[in-house]
Design a protein around this ligand. Structure first.
Ligand code: FAD
Length: 333
């Protein structure tokens, strides 16, 4: 039986946070026990992974659950396809590295995304032109109210850009316990994003793409161990074509990505940079000098200060471009 105890909750933003009843569950039964304990509590249950996409309150009342089951295994589905079963507490990047080492294709572009496997389907993690949804087979969950197990197929997950059913209808209602991926021995390089193609040989090896993604991310993104951050602070806005066309007439150099449904995705970082925020600092927080989409914490700040800055950036971008940015990391507590 896992014990609930008060604990300081490490998080990549470096915000001070004390969880009053923190439970680290190392087995399926321990997850179920923790959920039963939380059901008797008046405060809402908090589910955390690596806390890399969270803006935490100074105090989390109620039960805070972290799944720590971190085993993984695989089976050959046919001579090309490998089904990878990964438990929720496994570090995502460790799984990517292990699959790449075996020469399996599918998640090499998702290297170095911080956090645990269990959080990956929540916002359908994505990077360098690949999303989890591209390789996901199914998600195993446990319902918080009655401890029932269930399996969601990829279609059930209702994946979209940085979105899934777990962020909407099922938010806070299920714990992800395991993720199943469908990887391949057949090469399927995706090099259309950034300068990945320039960094690898032709035809590329899966390990080369992994290395190129890691190198690019290390150049562009601040390491949370050195400078607090939660990665992209806003999602890239998706506009109706007419709105995007109007903006493009005024800003012809604006990066834009037409979507299959006719809408157009813009780069939130470009909009923020255009408003002059890149590299600026306000007290304990600021906008990263190399990537305007990342808000950074220099230390000693609190979440209220961060949210005031984020609102100021969002409102300014709205005034200039009539585009409303949406926050990516989630508030907890
Ligand atoms: C430097 C940096 C770079 C990043 N780059 C990217 C990127 O390229 N692409 C990208 O998509 N994201 C990126 N992120 C965001 C983040 O890494 C991902 O969202 C990641 O999946 C969060 O994992 P986590 O374990 O830290 O989740 P947490 O931050 O702990 O939680 C995130 C959400 O998932 C829920 N959750 C966590 N575990 C479970 C579970 N087992 N069951 C149910 N719900 C759960 C939480 O309740 C919360 O709502 C970046 C973050 C940082 C700090």
């Amino acid at each position: 039986m896992a014990l609930a105890k008060a604990a300081t909750l490490d998080n990549t933003l470096g915000l001070p946070c004390r969880a009053e009843r923190f439970i680290v569950a190392t087995s399926h039964d321990e997850i179920r026990n923790a959920l039963a304990m939380a059901a008797n509590d008046t405060a809402p249950l908090n589910i955390v992974g690596g806390a890399s996409n969270l803006i935490l309150a100074p105090r989390l009342s109620g039960v805070t659950l972290q799944v720590a089951c971190d085993d993984w295994w695989w089976e050959e589905s046919d001579d090309q396809t490998i089904l990878v079963y990964a438990q929720a507490g496994l570090v995502w990047h460790d799984l990517v590295e292990a699959c790449v080492e075996r020469g399996w294709w599918g998640i090499e572009n998702l290297a170095l995304i911080p956090g645990h496997v269990g959080a990956a389907p929540i916002q359908n993690i994505g990077a360098y032109g690949v999303e989890l949804a591209d390789v996901l087979d199914s998600v195993h969950v446990m319902y918080c109210d009655d401890g029932r197990d269930a399996v969601f197929s990829r279609d059930d997950c209702e994946f979209a850009y940085r979105d899934s059913i777990f962020k909407r209808a099922l938010a806070g209602r299920v714990v992800v316990t395991q993720v199943v991926l469908r990887l391949s021995r057949s090469p399927s390089p995706r090099l259309g994003y950034g300068d990945l193609a320039k960094r690898v040989s032709v035809p590329p090896k899966v390990q080369e793409i992994f290395d190129a993604v890691c190198a690019t991310r290390r150049e562009k993104l601040p390491d949370p161990a050195v400078l607090g951050n939660a990665g992209s602070f806003f999602t890239n806005p998706v506009l109706e074509a007419t709105h995007a066309e109007r903006l493009l007439r005024e800003y012809p150099a604006m990066p834009h990505f037409p979507q299959l449904d006719g809408s157009v995705k813009l780069a939130a970082g470009w909009l923020i940079e255009r408003c002059g925020f890149k590299g600026m600092r306000w007290g304990a927080f600021g906008v990263h000098e190399r990537q305007a989409l990342v808000l950074v914490h220099f230390g000693g700040g609190d979440r209220q200060e961060l949210l005031v800055l984020a609102d100021h950036i969002r409102d300014t971008v709205h005034q200039v471009f009539e585009v409303m940015l949406e926050r990516e990391p989630r508030l907890m507590g």
